[in-house]
Design a protein around this ligand. Structure first.
Ligand code: IFM
Length: 441
């Protein structure tokens, strides 16, 4: 493969964040408590016992942050909207002050010639809805459609692209099955219900977006982690297939109109009692794009032991497996043939060493981006219509259960001063965006 490669004309280069991870200002302008505010109060739920109260203070520094995006030369910004700011009681009255913030952000982006890519739900459910059983309660899906209407009615004339949900697998699995994420529940049965109601929420929101933002794209963002058996044994192969079903196929197959993956449903023992007659039709409402979040692969053992990971790892302990982004893209396109794809997240946490001016010469992160982008380009050459790439993340930020200990940013955030300093990877990625090609390395 040549070292210097060009991307198609109009390929979109951007970076992504999410509301709870960067905004801070958790009790300003009428925002209510989210499940993450509550979860952070539990001793040791978060590795450094931190919270999102200040985070990157983006709520107050959004103008500076848009300038940063602009100075890097990025063309699009993927951000999420916090439901507790917009409808603090979960349902009912709209808090205009909460919407005002996103209104200002969108206008600031457009003034800087940066295309706004909005995600409606990136995990910060109003706590008041969790008190009514959260995503296990079917009503939450209808509440999400109403929340969608409130947001899209206000911003739909200016936002280029709407994603309903970010990584519903993580919401359902880590939030309701393993308890590693808010709301911290540990019930496989609840996680099946949560997964179904998240998908229903997506399907109910799609026509709302179409009605109130007829010119915007509408779709969903899913995470994919290719799954391989740790050995050649039949048991490990079966375990890998079931994990692939739950992690990778559970969401995309119903959206593609294929229903839930029968092999995994049977292996995991879901009785499907939550599915009502029209649900699968609602869930398979056609989408304009599929957003793909890709970070690593996984190896599976049937005996539950930790598999040996032969490849180099990031600070998350995730193997660096660039080929997986190619495998994911080609597999999805060959199986489902969606109209277009975006890489909505891809990036790496490393234990950065900052110099006295807070600059980080993160050549390891540059390598990560370079090698994954090569594989995205390879997928495009194989015929997969990938329209853009968003680096995760614009900033170091609140990495969920890891708090501020893991740094994914293109831009370093000094958590004492909140100063932002672009890392070497930000400068490199900015050049990629401006030249539309990966430079020689
Ligand atoms: O930080 C998260 C993000 O919120 C969702 N996708 C994975 C990232 C890294 O863990």
């Amino acid at each position: 493969m040549p070292d210097s490669i060009s991307f198609p004309r109009n390929f979109l280069w951007g970076s992504a964040t999410s509301s709870f991870q960067i905004e801070g200002a958790t009790d300003e302008d009428g925002r209510s408590e989210s499940i993450w505010d509550r979860f952070c109060k539990q001793q040791d739920a978060i590795a450094d016992n931190s919270n999102g109260n200040v985070a990157c203070d983006h709520y107050h520094r959004y103008k500076e942050d848009v300038q940063l995006l602009s100075s890097l030369g990025l063309q699009a910004y993927r951000f999420s909207i916090a439901w507790p700011r917009v409808i603090p009681a979960g349902t009912g009255a709209i808090n205009q002050k909460g919407l005002d913030f996103y209104d200002r952000l969108v206008d600031e982006l457009l003034n800087a010639n940066i295309s706004p890519y909005a995600t409606l739900y990136h995990w910060d459910l109003p706590q008041i809805l969790e008190d009514k059983n959260g995503w296990v309660n079917r009503d939450t899906a209808y509440a999400f459609a109403d929340y969608t209407k409130a947001v899209v009615d206000r911003l739909g004339d200016r936002v280029a692209s709407w994603a309903t949900l970010n990584e519903p697998f993580v919401s359902a699995s880590l939030g309701y099955k393993t308890g590693e994420h808010a709301p911290g529940r540990k019930s496989p049965t609840d996680s099946f219900a949560a997964a179904h109601h998240l998908l229903l929420a997506h399907g109910l929101a799609m026509p709302v977006i179409r009605e109130f933002a007829p010119k915007s794209d509408a779709g969903i963002v899913l995470n994919f982690t290719p799954c391989y058996p740790a050995t050649d044994s039949a048991e490990d192969k079966k375990a890998a297939n079931t994990t692939d079903g739950w992690d990778n196929r559970w969401y995309v197959e119903p959206i593609a109109g294929l229903g839930y993956p029968a092999d995994a449903v049977e292996a995991l023992g879901w009785d499907q009692k939550e599915i009502q007659p029209d649900d699968l039709n609602i869930i398979s409402t056609p989408i304009d794009f599929l957003g793909i979040n890709y970070y690593t692969r996984q190896l599976q053992r049937a005996d539950g032991k930790e598999p040996v990971k032969p490849l180099p790892q990031t600070d998350m302990g995730w193997e660096i497996y660039p080929q997986g982004i190619y495998e994911t893209l080609t597999r999805l396109h060959n199986s489902h043939g969606f109209k277009k794809y975006f890489i909505t997240e891809n990036g790496a946490a490393f234990a950065d060493n900052a110099d006295e001016s807070d600059f980080v010469d993160d050549q390891n992160r540059v390598d990560y981006f370079h090698d994954h982008l090569q594989q995205v380009h390879r997928a495009i050459q194989s015929g997969v219509p990938v329209n853009g790439y968003f680096a995760w993340s614009l900033f170091d930020n609140f990495e969920w259960a890891f708090g501020y200990e893991k740094r994914f940013g293109l831009v370093r955030v000094n958590y004492e001063t909140l100063e932002r300093v672009p890392k070497a990877s930000a400068l490199w990625f900015g050049e990629v965006a401006k030249s539309n090609q990966i430079p020689e390395r």
